[in-house]
Design a protein around this ligand. Sequence first.
Ligand SMILES: O=P(O)(O)OP(=O)(O)OP(=O)(O)OC[C@H]1O[C@@H](n2cnc3c(O)ncnc32)[C@H](O)[C@@H]1O
Length: 221
Amino acid sequence: MAGPAGGLVLVGSSNPVKVGAVRAAVTRLFPALAPTLRVAGVEAPSGVPDQPVGDEETLAGALNRVAALRARGPVPADSPLLFVAVEGGVVWRPAAAGPSVPAQPAAAPPAARRELYCMAWAVVASAHSAGCVSRARSAEFLLPPALAELVEGGMELGCADDQVFGRVASGQSGGTIGKLSGGVVTRRDYYAHAVEMALVPFLNPELYGYPDIAGGGSREQ
Ligand SMILES: O=P(O)(O)OP(=O)(O)OP(=O)(O)OC[C@H]1O[C@@H](n2cnc3c(O)ncnc32)[C@H](O)[C@@H]1O
């Protein structure tokens, strides 16, 4: 089993937001690994459309990226520790306001409305135990109609964001949530939270039958 020294985590993307989110999450949950932790991003195909829609497709993208990392070949006994992937997606939902109570009983019912939300799935897998794969979903936030319309027309969210807000490569910086939250929450932040949730079984290996990636005793109480 790998000990705390020389831990390598491979991330299935070269997007610095994703690599940074994974680094933040692993460092926070496994502080004993932090001094020697290496987190590297490598391109890994998602096998789903560039803009996944819905939970199923988005989760499939993250799982496929981890599978691609594993398919790179056998890994040395002590490195890497983990394969991680985060896939950003969108999901349509009925408008939260729902069918409103009409102001006048005779008024026609409002047309069915739907809204687009932004979210992500994170997958964390042991590099040495193929059966130890954990997943978690991020929180989601409502996208403004201008972005939803462009995505509905087939544009990737990152491109739609760049067009509507006049930016470049927004998906590699604070992301849409960074813009919409005035910088209080960034794409990295909420991706890191999802990765932290997916790391829970690795933090409690005895409870889940997972490998002990920290060599025991690294958990903060
Ligand atoms: O190199 P990869 O890993 O593919 O990085 P990516 O940013 O393209 O990542 P995804 O495929 O996971 O994301 C799908 C699309 O959604 C965009 N996206 C998702 N969340 C976003 C956010 O918070 N802000 C801006 N764009 C976002 C992203 O830029 C892509 O256009």
